[in-house]
Ligand binder design. Structure first.
Ligand SMILES: *Cc1c(COP(=O)(O)O)cnc(C)c1O
Length: 379
């Protein structure tokens, strides 16, 4: 089945009891049993819920995996992966990460005795010096948030598979429309479904997708045992959003590319971070690893003046100044004070994240209006 068809049909059948074409919202906490322990596969909604099951099966198909496992938020999904580790285990993680992921690793799991190495990762070679007999997991994002760096998943997985390590890829920025990490040898795909996947800025949710039966068992056990599961109404909203993912992503990519080109040629703009631009260091890799370049664009002003960058963000009218990304509406974020404030300034700067960086989530509005808005805000 091709991707567009999967979005609309994979794991989704009309409801057998009523014929309802849309997956019903099974707003129930519990299920009748005919005899103790005799039921239809559903006992309690933390463990299983039919609306969630449909979403999980759909996600598994979209990522060319076997199992989807949904969580109340993206961070709860990441949290579940960390809980398969033990004190003394070590993780090699990319140094350019979503701020909340960095906070979860350093402020929660480091306290429990897990050791993290934050490394600039572009390919498999970069992790080799940080591996030892305690290393269990490698965690990356690609494209990264907010610098849009590209990590070579195939090259990383050739190292992790050979050494028997798990490779987890946060695929939030790309979505399965642009790349499938499991098909490139990764073991776990993580999504903040909050972003492009649900796509309408009206729900917060996360997911893991895996192929391996034993790994699925461990993660599904944690999903039920620790209990950060999403409700059925939210699962319905994500299913509804996913039906148009391909159509939305095409336009996000088109608008993203136009905005990146336009910024690149603007005399007051300094650096533009967009993997679709030929000068981007990851451009060749992105061209082969991804189907297109996405709708996220970061940039700085030529004078690198923080007060001017702040004024620009205040001046924007169509781009709403807000955290998050991937919705139909365009958003603007100041990573240093918003999404990445939980990373210490010196760490941020070491990784190339300047306080003057502005991050755009380019939405689906008319490109002419978006350019006009940026133009008046830059002044
Ligand atoms: C938003 C985000 C997360 C966290 O997901 P939540 O749904 O907000 O918990 C993780 N990774 C990336 C890349 C994100 O953008």
């Amino acid at each position: 089945m091709e991707f567009a068809t999967k979005l609309i049909h994979a794991g989704i059948e009309p409801d057998p009891t009523t014929g309802a074409v849309m997956t019903p919202i099974f707003q129930t906490s519990t299920y009748a049993q005919t005899s103790p322990g005799v039921h239809k596969g559903y006992e309690y909604s933390r463990t299983h819920n039919p609306t969630r099951t449909v979403l999980q099966n759909n996600l598994a198909a979209l990522e060319n995996g076997k199992y989807g496992i949904c969580f109340a938020t993206g961070l709860a999904a990441t949290d579940a992966v960390m809980k398969i580790l033990k004190p003394g285990d070590e993780v090699v993680a990319s140094s350019d990460l979503y701020g909340g992921t960095y906070r979860l690793f350093t402020k929660v799991f480091q306290e429990f005795g897990i050791k993290f190495h934050f490394v600039k990762i572009q390919s498999g070679e970069d992790i080799i010096p940080f591996l030892n007999s305690n290393t269990k997991l490698v965690w990356v994002e690609t494209p990264t948030n907010p610098l849009l760096q590209i990590v070579d998943i195939l090259s990383l997985s050739s190292v992790t598979n050979q050494k028997g390590l798990l490779l987890a890829v946060d695929n939030t920025f790309a979505t399965p429309f642009l790349q499938n990490p499991l098909s490139l040898g990764a073991d776990i795909v993580m999504h903040s479904l909050t972003k492009y996947m649900a796509g309408h800025s009206d729900v917060v949710m996360g997911a893991l997708i895996v192929k391996d039966d034993a790994l699925h068992q461990k993660l599904a056990f944690i999903q039920n045992a620790t209990g950060a599961t999403p409700g059925p109404m939210d699962c319905f909203l994500v299913l509804r959003g996913l039906k148009t993912l391909h159509v939305r992503m095409e336009r996000h990519c088109q608008n993203g590319r136009e905005i990146a080109d336009w910024l690149y040629r603007h005399p007051k703009v300094g650096h533009v971070y967009y993997p679709g631009l030929p000068h981007h260091v990851g451009h060749a890799l992105a061209s082969s690893q991804m189907n297109d370049f996405g709708g996220m664009v970061s940039f700085t002003l030529k004078n690198d003046d923080l007060a001017e960058a702040v004024k620009l963000m205040e001046n924007l009218k169509l781009f709403t100044l807000a955290e998050s990304l991937g919705g139909v509406e365009s958003l603007c974020t100041h990573p240093a004070s918003m999404t990445h404030a939980s990373i210490p300034k010196e760490e941020r700067e070491k990784n190339g994240l300047k306080d003057t960086l502005i991050r755009l989530s380019v939405g689906l509005e008319d490109i002419k209006d978006l350019k006009e808005d940026l133009s008046q805000a830059i002044g």
